[in-house]
Design a protein around this ligand. Structure first.
Ligand code: HEM
Length: 130
């Protein structure tokens, strides 16, 4: 259907929660994601929920992050971290693996690839040095 949102394609609330929780489990597990993992808090429970809330709105579902935390600027939330191409790519790799693990279709993955890359690239903190 033309008006299906990515949020719906990923299985709505339950599907997206599964994806974001799996995402941080992957980050926690993969040695290749160690640098990015180490930038995060020891306990990933609250950020699992925050990524779920954020992506819910970003993917065309309910604007949960805004409703619960106000209109937080996601860019400024990342300024304090040192995010270059390597960190961006580790983050994106975790998302790729998580999408596979939740069984996202090839169409869904293809549709998300560019926009997710642009979002992650936008959060880089080394842009002026690139
Ligand atoms: C598409 C890309 C990304 C999205 C949608 C995203 C989303 C988020 C969200 C929603 C939060 C929680 C903000 C809050 O607490 O209010 C967060 C925090 C964070 N993000 Fe990202 N992020 C992205 C990319 C990255 C990348 C590339 C890195 C690289 C290291 C990163 C590192 C972090 C860290 C370290 C935190 C803080 C975690 C903590 O306090 O434990 N993020 N991100």
């Amino acid at each position: 259907m033309m008006d299906t949102t990515p949020y719906e394609l990923l299985g709505g609330e339950a599907g997206l929660r599964k994806l974001t929780h799996t995402f941080y489990d992957v980050m926690d597990r993969l040695p290749e994601a160690k640098e990015v993992r180490d930038m995060h808090d020891g306990n990933l429970d609250s950020i699992k929920e925050r990524l779920f809330e954020y992506l819910s709105g970003w993917l065309g579902g309910p604007q949960l992050f805004r409703e619960r935390h106000g209109s937080v600027c996601i860019t400024s939330q990342h300024k304090k971290f040192s995010i270059g191409p390597a960190e961006r790519d580790q983050w994106l790799m975790c998302m790729d693996v998580a999408l596979d693990e939740v069984g996202a279709s090839a169409e869904t993955k293809a549709m998300l690839k560019e926009p997710i890359y642009r979002l992650a690239d936008f959060l880089r903190s080394d842009k002026q040095r690139a």
